[in-house]
Design a protein around this ligand. Structure first.
Ligand SMILES: Nc1nc2c(ncn2[C@@H]2O[C@H](COP(=O)(O)OP(=O)(O)OP(=O)(O)O)[C@@H](O)[C@H]2O)c(=O)[nH]1
Ligand SMILES: [Mg+2]
Length: 441
């Protein structure tokens, strides 16, 4: 019986795509011309990702490219330089900041003699180790398999390398075919499971109808979980690492003056998030889609906050959330001097996009402005109306109790007169349906 690790592991659990991430050389080869400071930031971020994955950086290499080389991504001369760097350092891994095609990955590994990862693979790896809930694990596994499918041949050569390689030839075409079929079946199976989870989530969401909901979205490490922790007093996982949160969590937040809202924490975004991951996290991000307002959390103390903000805007756009009502929440202001905060505020004013608040998750009082803004949104979203219904129309009356807060109810001459606070969108629908509705102050 030939050794068939893929067949054993795939149907049951997440595949451990990691070889021990150990000593890594990072390669940044951006296609567009980047400000050297920004290029440094990008490699710093890759170093943080490497650290999160448990690796150590032993060298970096950079090249500015007009066009990636189809064979090796970087130029031939640069690739030779990289080979020398690998040999002169204890590196056992090379990580590219750019996405490599399956062929480029394979050619680079053949040339360098060590494992080559790209940013997507590194992020998938981090997600695989950090996913906790059943849904997150299913989503990550799906993303892994979709990533793996076109790269099977290369994965097999990793395996033969790990096993020493001698006497172990690459997989035959039949083997590859079998693996492809198995993976295809598993992908279909995962999609069905995820649809079921999404249905359960939908039921839960419907039960919350009528409640005001906000979703925290933003770049990884911006402080989303910290904010929800301070706002709600709930115990949430916070860490100074990228992708601390992979599961969305919803908590009730007391906004004061008798108002409360459901606030959801979501997975963070990052530059060049692998599109398989975005797609597989779509249902988790459904929470954001259903929210009455998106709280876009931005680390105002980060030198690259503008780029991070842009990345988040683009991901939201991909998710079809461009038009969603949004409030920008500039966090970590405790790290800024007075002058820096003024400069930040001035810059934000000049952007003239969404309204903004400036807060620190570490300073509870600074969150008052955020609470106040949310209360105002809630008030604006609700309308107090008087509705006259036929006494026999029990169905419409029941709907009012479900959708809103009934403040008063009286009966006169076969008509029920109900004073009720309702979401404006619902009032609009009643008016369109020809109901007898009047707004009262
Ligand atoms: N100084 C300061 N640090 C903060 C603030 N908010 C969050 N942090 C720190 O920033 C780091 C990231 O915070 P998280 O709340 O985990 O960030 P997140 O946005 O949930 O990150 P992911 O879950 O990875 O997307 C942690 O070390 C926090 O302690 C703040 O207002 N001021
Ligand atoms: Mg978090």
């Amino acid at each position: 019986m030939p050794d068939r690790p893929l067949e054993v592991t795939i149907p049951t659990q997440l595949i451990d795509m990691r070889t021990p991430v150990d000593k890594a050389i990072l390669v940044g080869a951006p296609e567009r011309e980047l400000d050297p400071r920004v290029a440094d930031e990008h490699l710093d971020e890759l170093a943080r990702l490497t650290d999160t994955a448990g690796g150590r950086v032993v060298g970096t290499l950079r090249q500015r490219l007009a066009h990636p080389n189809p064979r090796l991504y970087i130029g031939e001369g640069k690739a030779e330089e990289l080979r020398e760097l690998v040999q002169s350092t204890p590196a056992d891994l090379v990580i590219f900041d750019e996405e490599l095609s399956p062929a480029q990955g394979k050619n680079l590994e053949d040339l360098l003699g060590v494992r080559v990862l790209d940013r997507s693979e590194l992020i998938l790896d981090i997600f695989a180790t950090r996913a906790r809930s059943r849904e997150a694990r299913l989503q990550v596994e799906l993303a892994q398999l979709e990533y793996l499918l076109p790269r099977l041949r290369r994965m097999w050569s990793h395996l033969s390398r790990i096993r020493g390689g001698i006497g172990l030839r690459g997989p035959g075409e039949t083997q590859l075919e079998t693996d492809r079929r198995l993976i295809g079946t598993r992908i279909a199976d995962l999609k069905t499971k995820l649809r079921d989870v999404a249905k359960a989530r939908e039921v839960q969401r419907r039960s919350r109808q009528g409640q005001f909901r906000a979703a925290l979205v933003g770049y990884t490490n911006a402080g989303k979980s910290s904010l929800l922790r301070t706002l709600s007093g709930a115990d949430l996982f916070v860490e100074d690492r990228l992708f601390a949160t992979l599961d969305s969590a919803t908590r009730t937040v007391d906004l004061g003056s008798g108002y409360s809202a459901l606030v959801t924490d979501t997975v963070g975004f990052i530059r060049k998030l692998p599109h398989h991951l975005v797609a597989s996290f779509r249902s988790t991000l459904e929470e954001a889609r259903e929210a009455d307002i998106l709280l876009h959390v931005i680390d105002g103390s980060h030198p690259d906050w503008e780029e991070q903000r842009q990345v988040v805007r683009e991901v939201l756009e991909d998710l079809g959330l461009r038009e969603a009502p949004r409030l920008m929440v500039f966090n970590k202001t405790d790290r800024l001097t007075h002058a820096e905060e003024e400069a930040l505020r001035a810059r934000v004013r000049s952007l003239e996009t969404h309204p903004a608040v400036f807060v620190s998750a570490l300073v509870p009082a600074s969150l008052d402005a955020l609470r106040e803004t949310l209360r105002a949104r809630m008030r604006a979203r609700l309308a107090q109306v008087v509705i006259r219904l036929d006494v026999a129309d029990g169905e419409s009356l029941a709907a009012l109790y479900r959708q809103g807060e009934v403040l008063d109810r009286a009966e006169e001459d076969g008509v029920v007169v109900v004073t009720v606070r309702l979401p404006r969108a619902y009032v609009d629908r009643l008016v369109e349906g020809g109901a007898d509705v009047h707004e009262v102050a």
